[in-house]
Ligand binder design. Sequence first.
Ligand SMILES: Cc1cc2nc3c(=O)[nH]c(=O)nc-3n(C[C@H](O)[C@H](O)[C@H](O)COP(=O)(O)OP(=O)(O)OC[C@H]3O[C@@H](n4cnc5c(N)ncnc54)[C@H](O)[C@@H]3O)c2cc1C
Ligand SMILES: NC(=O)c1ccc[n+]([C@@H]2O[C@H](COP(=O)([O-])OP(=O)(O)OC[C@H]3O[C@@H](n4cnc5c(N)ncnc54)[C@H](O)[C@@H]3O)[C@@H](O)[C@H]2O)c1
Length: 450
Amino acid sequence: MNKYDVVVIGAGAGGLNTAFEAIGLGKKVALIEKNAPGGECTWSGCIPSKALINIADEIHTAQKYGTVNIDGKEILNKVRELVHTAHQAEAVEVLQEVGIDYIKGYAKFKDTNTLDVEGKEVKGDKIFISTGTSALVPPIKGLDRVNYLTNENIFLLKDLPKSMIVLGGGPIGVELAQAFNRLGVSVKIVEMAETLLVREEKEMALNIQKTLDKEGIEVFTSAKGVEVKEEESGVNLIIDKDGNTSVIKAEKILLALGRKPNLEGFNLEKVGVKYNKKGIQVDDYFETNIPNIYAVGDVVGPYLFSHMGAVQAKQAVKNAFTQTKETVDYSNTSWCTFTHPELARTGMTEEEARAQFGNNIQVFTHKYRDVDRAVVDQKTQGMAKVICDEQGYILGASILGERACEMLGELQIVKSFNIPFYKLQEVIHPYPSYSEILLTMSNDAYDNRK
Ligand SMILES: Cc1cc2nc3c(=O)[nH]c(=O)nc-3n(C[C@H](O)[C@H](O)[C@H](O)COP(=O)(O)OP(=O)(O)OC[C@H]3O[C@@H](n4cnc5c(N)ncnc54)[C@H](O)[C@@H]3O)c2cc1C
Ligand SMILES: NC(=O)c1ccc[n+]([C@@H]2O[C@H](COP(=O)([O-])OP(=O)(O)OC[C@H]3O[C@@H](n4cnc5c(N)ncnc54)[C@H](O)[C@@H]3O)[C@@H](O)[C@H]2O)c1
């Protein structure tokens, strides 16, 4: 029998970071994973999607200057090659080198300190669950008889389809719809909410929607996919828009309808770990209702991002083994949707800030078209918005445009360390750079300070 200080279930972003943190504290660690290490991010999420998006962007730019021959097979092979390259950083040998015992297999609880991994017993003083999520497949009529795509099989395609319906206009749907369309796939996107990317600043989500429309994607909003049928020629989706139904067709359909936590099959009930349909319930320090069983990452939520899994893992391990009792400040959560233009976000939207603070907020905006760097780069689409409280501290910010994701980092420092936004204008920024956008808004905040 193998006995460890820490046993981790799942080697995705949450589990890997948990294992590395615990090794850093000198603990004896086992990491159990049914597949290769890396989880969704490496194999069917961030990495393949960003690889595809970047290739699609390069092709889109090149097409401004001439005709480009698109070889779907080669592009998809390249994406898989890049996935394997990224995977090297978390390969089994790398884990073993730092002292993590990697155990390949499916883990099931036997009791609160013991797991069964396909017949082998593994014991841990503390157990960390990080089993992630799977694509949500709702009970849409006919779906069970259709060969649909999800993030789990789309990157395994041998060639690009001619056409594709993307059902769901959240980040997965929108990022992949744009990338596939830029690679020559004729894409239709169906979203039941009023806009795509419904959680984002409305004007920015609409700006992206307009871009997709201009690039040739048929966007159906306030339209619910209600029935699917597969024929020899492809898939028919029946959509319901304001009570009127119509049919749209394509060779393939991609489901991007949200996620479902992986809670079943490993005896959570047997050991009494509490969960609900959103995921495993933990306290502020990531401990479940069962002492010494912790959970982190997507299976906990509330934000399903690789970087959030990493942040939670760090806190959970520190809380479990040191006197520290720290929790994650979710008001500083940031993310980026990798459309073109990119949409980066931290904290509240203007609407959320107004709902909480009424008119006692300050809103600063600046357009990319008024920035020299954007003008010379011909990247003038987009804007940034920073929302501050009355004292000038950032409540939230969104940036839509070139390099938005990298620029958000600067605002994240100011926000996370509680520095008033107007202080940023004291920092020397190089010219010509996109960060002039932040500098200009900070100057406005300085003029507006109380
Ligand atoms: C298309 C797409 C694009 C995305 N893009 C981004 C992005 O750009 N940026 C970002 O931050 N996030 C992105 N995400 C989200 C990101 O992938 C997830 O937040 C992240 O991978 C979650 O990590 P995790 O460790 O919680 O779960 P997972 O990565 O899902 O890992 C869970 C692991 O547990 C294993 N497992 C489950 N049950 C058991 C068991 N009983 N025994 C053994 N092993 C088990 C699974 O095999 C899996 O490897 C994207 C997601 C998708 C689908
Ligand atoms: N760049 C990134 O960081 C990134 C990229 C992709 C995914 N992710 C993570 O993955 C998570 C899941 O993304 P997602 O896009 O699958 O989920 P989501 O929940 O954000 O979006 C799903 C969308 O599908 C719509 N929908 C549901 N049923 C429908 C129906 N029958 N017809 C039409 N529309 C319907 C919903 O209204 C919703 O807008 C995200 O919350 C995010 O955390 C992150």
